[in-house]
Every structure is written in structure tokens, then in C-alpha cells.
Design a protein around this ligand. Structure first.
Ligand code: AKG
Length: 300
């Protein structure tokens, strides 16, 4: 059986990035103290308990998926900005975009009796159109211990370059066994899936994923965390969930006001601050300049 490598949070980012690129996944061990995981779970439990299971074999009829975590859970907000994970996003995603973004936040509770989820790639959220680029970096934080019997994630190390049509043989699959407070970090290209829960306890994981800022987010953050809640968040988190331009022209909007009552073209964070003095504009001129430099077209 293949294995996943385990690392502590103080491992150099370059080492972790190399493993992410070759193995497609690793375990970040004991990255969050037990007391913080307790507090996070206490905050989320009422929402988890009230969530109905999925309706099909992929989402899992004995699995619940709970979202809107940025809006609902201050502890999750901290985890989204975990410095080790953000430095990995810097190395893995930032070379391919002006800005990366939160793609989704979801508590996945695999209950006793749930069978194994079909093995898949998370990047298939965008179909199979994207080629030759890594669009996504993912985490599942262990809120309960992850054991093979309770549904630890199935992973196929080294499958990042496989054709989309290849399915793993049983001997190519391993399980992301880890104590609570650890996380599996995996690329959008690695084959994986939820494990079967043959135990009598729930397996609870917090799935936080990040994607290139020019791609559509899987969880629509503008609806899960609308401006009235987003405006209470720190600016870095506002930008991470999407209240910032994704590039020079990506993500602007026009406040739908009467003629002359407001600016015509503003970045999305205008919805949070409503700065009446803001001049109508797309994004940062530097973002335009960086595109023009690459394609050798004059921006002036
Ligand atoms: O919960 C897990 O272990 C993995 C879930 C997963 O891969 C998915 O739902 O796409």
C-alpha cells in the first residue's frame, strides 16, 4: 500500500511544495491545538447537527455537508488564514494568477454506514477543460481523528499526472489517517474520495479549498457571505473570499443606483465600504501593466 508523508508546520514551504507537486498530497500533522479544534467544533456543531444528508452517491446519503462557514464561524476564519497553508497557496497558485481565493468551506461529516465515495479529482468542478495548470490547493482539517474505519479520505499518491480516464487499482489507494488538529493538504489534480465509515462514530472533516482568482468559486461566497456580514471581516479575509478584483478587469460591478447617484464601475469591496469619494475604475493599474508587460501591448 502506498503511504502519505507526514510533516510538521515548521517544515520549509519549498519541501512541502515539492511533495504536493509529486505525491499530490501530504499530512500536515498536529497543526492546530486540541483546544482550538474543540472550540471550532462547539461553534459548528449546531449547524452540523441540523444538516440533512446528501441525496446521491457522490455527496453521500450518510454524509452531511455544512457551508457558509466564513459567515457562521469565527474559528473557521482563522483556519482559512493558516499561515502554512497561505504560504503554500503563494507557491502553488500565485504563479498562475494575480490573486487566489477561497473556493469553498464545508464541514464533511461521514456517518456510520456511509460507503466509499467515488474516487475523483476536485478540479473536475470546472469540467476537464483546464489543461497544463494546477488550479486548486485543498485541505481537509481533521475535527475528529481520521481512521480508515471511520472514513478517512482515500488518496492515490502520485496520481496528479494521470489521464482523467484512469481509475486506481485497490493497491494504489491509501487513507489519510491522522489525529484531530492535523490536515490533509492535496492538489486539485490528485485522485481521492471520502472513505467508507464502518465504525460507530462520525468522521468530521473541515474542507477548505483555494483556487486561482480567475476561476469561478465552487461555493458562491457572495451569497454565503453577503456584504452585510463580509463588511465585519478583516480586509485580507474579505479579499480572500472574493471582495477584491481578481485581475485588472475581473470582478467589477456597478451599484444599481438612479442616474448619477453613484459611480459606474467599482471594485467589489466598494459594496463593503461604500466610499462615496471613490473614482470609477476597474482594478489596480499595476495589474493591467503586468498583463501588458506579458503580452507586450501598451497600456497607456
Ligand atoms: O471527506 C472527504 O474525505 C473527501 C470528500 C471529497 O473528496 C469530496 O466530497 O469531494
Amino acid at each position: 500500500m502506498p503511504t502519505l508523508r507526514h510533516f510538521s508546520s515548521d517544515t520549509p514551504a519549498d519541501t512541502l511544495l515539492d511533495v504536493l507537486k509529486t505525491d499530490g498530497a501530504f499530512i500536515l500533522r498536529d497543526a492546530v491545538p486540541a483546544a482550538d479544534i474543540e472550540a471550532l467544533y462547539a461553534e459548528l456543531k449546531p449547524y452540523i447537527d441540523a444538516t440533512e444528508p446528501g441525496r446521491d452517491g457522490f455527496t453521500g446519503t450518510r454524509t452531511t455537508r455544512t457551508g457558509a462557514l466564513v459567515a457562521r464561524s469565527p474559528w473557521t476564519r482563522a483556519l482559512i488564514q493558516n499561515p502554512t497553508i497561505l504560504s503554500l497557496c503563494d507557491g502553488f497558485l500565485k504563479p498562475h494568477c494575480e490573486r487566489y481565493q477561497l473556493h469553498l468551506g464545508q464541514v464533511i461529516r461521514i456517518m456510520p454506514g456511509q460507503g466509499a465515495q467515488p474516487i475523483h479529482r476536485d478540479r473536475w468542478a470546472w469540467g476537464t477543460y483546464l489543461k497544463g495548470i494546477e488550479p486548486q490547493l485543498n485541505t481537509i482539517w481533521a475535527i475528529s481523528d481520521f481512521r480508515r474505519e471511520n472514513g478517512a479520505t482515500q488518496v492515490v499518491p502520485g496520481s496528479v499526472d494521470w489521464p482523467d480516464t484512469r481509475q486506481p487499482e485497490p493497491h494504489e489507494i491509501t487513507w489519510a489517517e491522522m489525529p484531530r488538529g492535523s490536515a490533509i493538504v492535496y492538489s486539485g489534480s490528485v485522485f481521492h474520495g471520502g472513505g467508507a465509515n464502518t465504525s460507530t462514530e462520525d468522521r468530521i472533516g473541515l474542507n477548505l479549498t483555494y483556487s486561482l482568482g480567475w476561476l469561478r468559486q465552487e461555493e458562491n461566497q457572495y451569497l454565503s457571505c453577503p456584504p452585510e456580514i463580509a463588511r465585519t471581516l478583516p480586509p485580507e479575509l474579505q479579499a480572500l473570499i472574493g471582495y477584491a478584483m481578481g485581475s485588472y478587469a475581473l470582478g467589477y460591478y456597478t451599484p444599481p443606483l438612479p442616474p448619477g447617484a453613484g459611480p459606474e464601475i467599482v471594485p467589489p469591496d466598494y459594496a463593503l465600504r461604500g466610499d462615496a469619494t471613490i473614482a470609477a475604475h476597474f482594478g489596480d493599474f499595476a495589474a493591467l501593466q503586468s498583463i501588458s508587460d506579458k503580452v507586450k501591448v501598451s497600456a497607456s
